[in-house]
Design a protein around this ligand. Structure first.
Ligand code: SF4
Length: 467
């Protein structure tokens, strides 16, 4: 990048306005993450205890990325409930969901409002079950799992992980030891989940994946609308997760959190392996090495060949990417994986940023890049897009890697945005982007190189037909 451009890249907060709050957040709302996790469970309806506005915002976000109809029920609180509490609306809402959807499970997430007024949701749910479950109606009563998810405390990833933990807490029972492997994949795309299922099958491993959004958020077209989409982790499988031989939990920054994997371990769920998302060559190598141990067999030839093709592409593409500078932002674990991948293909990540603030972002990035980068990147947790713009202004990036919310920066800086993660509102097929495994690394590499080539063509006064 031309150094003369550096100063024009800065996007400073207005000087007259003192900093008072997050502006243009680089994270999403906590209960939205919980709803996404609940959506990956069989015959389940996500339910927000809060206002219609929260549910509408979340539906809009999720639908514009996944391009699927997504129902999120709501207790539809108004002003008076902020004073008198939302107990009656919650119970009425649960009753409505039961009669309209007939789900096996309702996943209830709280919102900023209901956490602020202090609604005791577990108690309300208990009352509801006592009021409606008696008189021979027990069989019709769905399971109800609650999660506390105030959005002023955390990001959508905290909501996601807490919902998965709540599901295990509520459903997992003591079980006979089996050869199954639990896989807690965190938040990937449906394409990612399909791919890790394929890998487990190829290794001959029986996997219980929680949550499984591969069909529920990317299903086939139907002749008639299904109120609850097919797919999702079967409830019967969640019940026996504590009998599995091991649990794999994706998340390089989950170290200090009370996760679903740790809970399963205390309930006898075999050995817990907390690993980074298998993004890029080395993290995928590590993951496949672990699967070799668990499956007791070498990596299947299909994946050996995919790895070989990836290496070939890395050699072919090195001249295009070497020395390029990148800004990476998004969910913490995705940022860790993408940073590792960029570093190993020869791109220098100059700023790694997230709205999440686990406190482990720096440690996790250092662990995966220490021997790859002569100059460590700037690493920032708990930031918004103003912070990112200010930091990146002097770093002269050639490209940025993240979700659609960074588009305004890419446009301002006239550099390519490589769209990954969630949300992707301004392109088609965001939910089919593959990030994981050798195949995902191959596809990411192709997209990055093609974006760099397209930029070169656009910037050229004559254009090139052969690059
Ligand atoms: S941030 Fe709070 S108020 Fe806004 S949509 Fe999320 S839960 Fe509702």
């Amino acid at each position: 990048m031309n150094p003369a451009r550096k100063t024009s890249l800065k996007l400073a907060r207005p000087k007259s306005a003192p900093y008072v709050s997050t502006t243009n957040a680089c994270k999403l709302c906590t209960p939205l993450g919980a709803c996404l996790a609940f959506r990956g469970v069989e015959n389940t309806v996500p339910f927000l205890h809060g206002s219609q506005g929260c549910a509408t915002y979340m539906r809009r976000y999720i639908i514009s990325h996944f391009r699927e109809p997504v129902d999120i029920a709501s207790s539809s609180l108004g002003e008076k409930h902020a004073i008198y509490g939302g107990s009656q609306n919650l119970k009425q809402g649960l009753q409505n969901v039961m009669s309209k959807y007939g789900p096996q499970l309702i996943g209830v997430a709280t919102t900023c409002l209901t956490e602020t007024i202090g609604d005791n949701v577990p108690m309300f749910v208990k009352e509801f079950q006592e009021e409606h479950g008696g008189n021979g109606h027990e069989a019709a009563m769905p399971l109800i799992v609650t999660v506390s998810s105030p959005s002023y405390h955390g990001t959508h990833m905290e909501g996601f992980h807490q919902a998965v933990r709540a599901l295990i807490d509520r459903l997992a029972e003591p079980a006979e030891r089996t050869a199954s492997v639990n896989l807690l994949p965190g938040f990937g795309s449906p394409a990612d989940i399909r791919h890790i299922k394929e890998i487990m099958t190829d290794f001959g491993l029986t996997a219980i994946i929680l949550p499984d959004i591969s069909e529920t958020l990317d299903g086939p077209i139907l002749a008639t609308y299904a109120r609850i989409p097919a797919g999702g982790t079967p409830l019967a499988d969640i019940k026996i997760m504590s009998g599995s031989q091991a649990t794999l939990e994706f998340g390089a920054t989950l170290k200090n959190q009370d996760t679903a994997g740790k809970l399963l371990e205390t309930r006898g769920g075999g050995t817990l392996y907390q690993v980074g998302q298998p993004i890029g060559l080395r993290e995928t190598d590590f993951y496949f090495g672990l699967l070799e141990v668990l499956a007791g067999r070498p990596t299947p030839i299909k994946h050996v060949l995919e790895r070989g093709r990836l290496l070939d592409a890395l050699v072919d593409g090195h001249k295009y990417v070497f020395g390029k500078r990148a800004v990476v932002y998004g969910e913490e674990d995705l940022v860790v994986g993408l940073t590792a991948f960029l570093a190993e293909i020869g791109i220098h990540p100059v700023l790694c940023a997230s709205g999440g603030d686990s406190g482990y972002l720096k440690e996790a990035i250092t662990a995966v890049t220490a021997d790859l980068l002569p100059n460590p990147p700037q690493i920032r947790g708990g930031v918004d897009f103003y912070d990112i713009a200010q930091e990146a202004g002097s770093l002269a990036p050639d490209l940025i890697v993240g979700h659609s919310k960074g588009y305004h920066l890419a446009r301002r800086w006239k550099i390519p945005l490589i769209r990954v993660g969630f949300p992707i509102h301004d392109r088609f097929g965001g939910h089919r982007i593959l990030h994981l495994g050798y195949r995902g690394a191959q596809q990411l590499l192709d997209r990055i190189i093609n974006a760099i080539l397209a930029k070169k063509q656009e910037d050229s006064p004559v254009g090139y037909g052969y690059l």
